[in-house]
Write a protein that binds this ligand. Structure first.
Ligand SMILES: Nc1ncnc2c1ncn2[C@@H]1O[C@H](COP(=O)(O)OP(=O)(O)O)[C@@H](O)[C@H]1O
Ligand SMILES: [Mg+2]
Length: 446
């Protein structure tokens, strides 16, 4: 993409309505535009990151054996009457009537609808285990939408639902989700800590939230200082290996890590004092095991091997896809702007032309651009007729992790400059070497 042809409406001034840095930077970098309280348009740069995050979520769900489908945003009220949640959900649910006065709602979550799909098509234990998921817009009429995409009213969420014959099978599905979520967040360059949580309106007693540590988080968190160092890394995971998956969950949930809702001072105080951490966190996902709560209420049963009928065992598992943009920026920025981790960056590398209109410089930039594209990379070329300072400021604001700077003086010596956004360090090298280096860096993120 050439910046002169792109749509990147950056703001010079800090928007007054933004209270936290991620919201401020998303507005300034031209990623989103508010259309109503808690409702946003995703401008091209924001949309690109949203899609990158969505892609990682899909890849890791499919790797874990989960199956994508797509359910609608609008749902009939009657489904929710079956589970009893139509009344329970209260004012957070946006209720709508169609032209025939039929009661509808904009889905805040999909337990009822997925259970309806299941009961229509599955009736035997032979079709289990089954985990279906989708990534779809949700609407919750939050009392206080705030912090941009972090607490919106309309937001994008991955929600998955497991169907199993036995409690043991369902607990394996729970563990599988925990491990797949750990991988998902790590690929984005995020540390999200599974913390024991309270279940809220979903129901059930087994649940963990995943929290990204950040000053601006809405939850107070209490954890052992050793927990944020736990990493899955590139170890091979066999999602069918129950023992391996359970052992990983054990590894990540044995040390103390809880939100204010489940915090237990007495247990916390058993940790050596130097390791007791209190902070704040952003909830970027949650997993639930709730057994037969919905299957019993809605008649989702399967025939067992001995011929009896039992309600299916279920759980549901969510990732806040749109909220992750905010969480990623809270965790990766400096005073000049965003610093995208390589796994989610909207463009892999920026090319800055220091002397637009100079034949040799323009040609060198065009050559680098072509070479990057040939390697399957996605560069953003700042070909505007602007001062170098303005070009650097834009690149720093939008946070591409790497920048190749091309100017007549360097070219005379056969070099361009490769700069890391994170460290600020620059290195001179030939254009070919810079392209190869970028390709190498991203090979690790495929
Ligand atoms: N209003 C919101 N705006 C953006 N993301 C949200 C919002 N509500 C929930 N999410 C995201 O969706 C994930 C799953 O939702 P859920 O656990 O059902 O929400 P909650 O904990 O708010 O009841 C949450 O972990 C969070 O990341
Ligand atoms: Mg939650």
């Amino acid at each position: 993409m050439r910046l002169s042809r792109y749509f990147l409406p950056v703001l010079k001034e800090n928007p007054a309505e933004a209270q936290i840095v991620s919201h401020r930077l998303m507005l300034r970098a031209g990623m989103i535009k508010q259309q109503a309280a808690g409702i946003y348009s995703w401008l091209p740069l924001g949309f690109k990151v949203l899609k990158r995050i969505e892609q990682i979520v899909h890849e890791e769900q499919i790797r874990a054996g989960h199956i994508p489908l797509l359910m609608p945003t609008l749902q009939p009220a009657d489904l929710w009457r079956e589970s009893g949640r139509y009344d329970d959900y209260g004012q957070e649910m946006l209720r709508i009537k169609d032209r025939h006065e039929r009661e509808m709602l904009y889905g805040p979550t999909n337990e009822e609808m997925i259970t309806d799909i299941f009961r229509a098509h599955v009736s035997s234990y032979k079709d289990l285990p089954l985990t279906l998921y989708h990534i779809q817009w949700k609407f919750r009429d939050e009392v206080r939408p705030r912090f941009g995409v972090m607490r919106g009213r309309e937001f994008y969420m991955k929600d998955g639902y497991n169907f199993d014959l036995t409690r043991e099978d369902a607990l394996h599905a729970y563990n599988r989700h925990m491990v797949s979520y750990l991988r998902t967040y790590e690929r984005m360059g995020l540390t999200a800590i599974p913390m024991r949580a309270a279940s809220g309106p979903i129901g059930g007693d087994n649940t963990h939230e995943f929290l990204v540590l950040a000053q601006t988080g809405e939850s107070e968190v209490f954890y052992d200082a050793q927990v944020p160092d736990l990493k899955l890394g590139d170890r091979a995971v066999d999602y069918d290996d129950r023992d391996q998956v359970a052992a990983i969950c054990q590894e990540f949930t044995t040390l103390y890590a809880r939100t204010d809702e489940t915090h237990d001072e007495a247990v916390f105080n058993q940790i050596p004092e130097a390791r007791r951490c209190v902070g704040r966190g952003i909830e970027v996902g949650q997993i639930f095991y709730f057994g037969t709560k919905y299957s019993e209420a809605m008649g989702a049963t399967v025939v067992t091997p001995d011929g009896t009928r039992v309600p299916v065992e279920m759980g549901s598992h969510g990732i806040g896809v749109s909220r992750l943009l905010g969480a990623l920026i809270e965790a990766n920025h400096d005073e000049r702007g965003i610093i995208w981790p390589e796994g989610v960056t909207p463009f892999h590398v920026g090319i800055v032309n220091l002397k637009q209109g100079d034949g040799a410089t323009d040609a060198a930039c065009a050559g680098i651009y072509k070479a990057l594209v040939a390697k399957g990379l996605d560069p953003l070329y700042d070909d505007r007729d602007e001062r170098a300072g303005a070009k650097f400021a834009t690149m720093d604001l939008i946070g591409l992790p790497w920048r190749i700077t091309v100017g007549p003086r360097g070219l005379a010596g056969g070099v361009v400059e490769l700069t890391s956004r994170r460290t600020g360090e620059s290195e001179e090298m030939s254009a070919e070497a810079a392209v190869d280096r970028i390709a190498q860096i991203y090979a690790a993120h495929r």
